[in-house]
Ligand binder design. Structure first.
Ligand code: GDP
Ligand code: GDP
Length: 435
């Protein structure tokens, strides 16, 4: 499981600047998708060998609780409690403030591993910085410059040193698709899980482990094995599952990260909310296969159904790679079709793409539509091979590939998806230019 880094600090110390730096490599992968709205408070990142989730609690002040949106404050409080590592940012230019001290007191109470980060430290002397913030009693501060990037790699390495490197689990193949069922509170996730799992054979459910471990629920349906990755602290009560915890953004993101396929549940009785789009954006950022379930279809009339479909087209157009199902989890209708799409999305995410075929498809695509010239540069795409699965990564070799515009990359993505019939998974393209 990727560790979760949570950024805390008073306004203006540079949290969002550091957040952007910590998530930049991933950003490029999903940049410019039309209609994609992302929550700039939650992201995935990699620095050096280290993969992590990162949460920016910006906009939330853990001390002054007046006048902030309730849900946001709750999620920030929860983020502090669920953090693997807290990074407490202070401003090296303005120095220590009483507000910093109040936040420090709150963070200490959480008992989570805590690092003091002095930002805007470019050009400042270490001893001066250390002396200034010593009074917080949080040990030696780590000096960084979020805008310049100084000290950021060391910061991540030090903060995450005690976590194992995130290796791909090798035994995945034998247990079938790992599925995360995600969505806002009350859309019907527990009901759907009971519809999918409840009647079927649950191989083992009441798994031990601390609250920090993700709970996995293996089950069998139609003779196939699956594993559910829990997002809500599910417990078995009698014959059914019940969410014992309220909605947690971090748990949702962790579940998506650990799953092969995400099932995003929407509520047909409600309009698509920003939070739906944010979760969807995160699934895309994580590169996970996706099936969308529009639930409570029994509870809405034809007029509403039309509205919902239009709302989805308008707000979630960037999910056109996924299959959509209109179901009633309560009545159990449409669930077999959902599982068929889960199987298909999983197969697409894990597909083996042969080098000769990839290269043939690439060459046919270039013949049909050559990449545009960029000034004196004329990008040449020579051959392609597979660079990874879940999501499938197509590595394209050639020259001047850094001049290929995003629109052409999207054209290539669509071409590969169609040629290999990869319905249900995003696909990524990496360019390798020979110099
Ligand atoms: P947040 O409110 O904590 O999210 O802070 P922001 O990331 O929005 O940054 C607040 C201001 O500090 C912006 O004007 C940033 O450009 C500036 N800033 C952030 N990091 C640095 C840094 O490392 N050095 C300097 N000099 N300024 C920075
Ligand atoms: P969760 O918070 O996403 O796990 O949502 P729950 O599964 O707890 O469901 C929230 C509410 O929606 C409950 O009252 C369910 O009975 C109801 N519900 C769930 N699925 C359906 C459905 O398909 N149709 C209708 N009419 N109600 C549903």
């Amino acid at each position: 499981m990727k560790p979760t880094i949570v950024l805390v600090g008073r306004p203006n110390v540079g949290k969002s600047t550091l957040f952007n730096r910590l998530t930049r490599t991933r950003d490029a992968l999903v940049a410019d998708l039309p209609g994609l709205t992302r929550d700039r408070h939650y992201g995935i990142g990699r620095v050096g060998e280290r993969d992590y989730l990162v949460v920016d609690t910006a906009g939330f002040d853990p001390v002054a609780k007046v006048g902030i949106m309730h849900e946001m404050a709750q999620q920030a409080e929860r983020a502090i409690e669920e953090a693997d590592v807290l990074l407490f940012l202070v401003d090296g230019r303005t120095g220590l403030t009483p507000h910093d001290e109040q936040i420090a007191a709150r963070l200490r109470r959480s008992g989570r591993p805590l690092y003091l980060v002095v930002n805007k430290a470019e050009g400042l002397r270490r001893e001066v910085v250390a002396a200034e913030f010593h009074a917080l009693g949080l040990g030696a501060p780590l000096a960084v410059s979020a805008t310049h990037g100084d000290g950021v790699t060391q910061l991540v390495e030090e903060a995450l040193a005690s976590f194992p490197l995130d290796d791909e689990p090798a035994e995945e193949a034998t247990r079938g698709p790992r599925i995360a069922i995600v969505g806002r509170p009350n859309v019907g996730k527990s009901t759907l899980i009971n519809g999918l799992v409840g009647e079927e054979r649950v191989i083992a459910f009441d798994l031990p482990g601390t609250t920090r471990d993700a709970i996995e629920i293996p089950f069998e349906r139609g003779g196939r094995h699956y594993t559910l990755i829990d997002t809500a602290g599910l417990r078995r009560r009698g014959k059914v599952f019940e969410a014992v915890e309220k909605f947690s953004v971090i748990k949702t993101l962790q579940a998506v990260e650990q799953a092969n396929v995400s099932v995003l549940v929407l509520d047909a009785a409600q309009d698509i909310a920003d939070q739906d789009a944010h979760i969807a954006g995160f699934i895309l950022e994580a590169g996970r296969a996706l099936v969308v379930v529009v639930n409570k279809w029994d509870a809405v009339d034809d007029y509403r159904r039309e509205l919902v479909k239009r709302d989805i087209e308008r707000k979630l157009g960037f999910l056109s790679f996924a299959r959509f199902h209109y179901v009633s989890a309560l009545k159990g209708s449409g669930l077999s079709a959902v599982m068929k799409s889960v199987d298909a999305a999983y197969a697409a995410a894990m597909a083996n793409l042969s080098t000769p075929r990839l290269t043939r498809v690439l060459q046919a695509a270039v013949t049909k539509q050559a990449p545009p010239r960029h000034g004196v540069f004329r990008p040449k795409l020579r051959y392609a091979h597979q660079g990874g699965s879940n999501p499938p990564i197509v590595v394209i070799h050639g020259s001047a590939l850094e001049h290929i515009p995003t629109s052409y990359t999207r054209f290539l993505e669509r071409t590969f998806i169609e040629a290999f019939r990869l319905k249900g998974t995003p696909l990524r393209i990496q360019f390798k230019t020979a110099h």
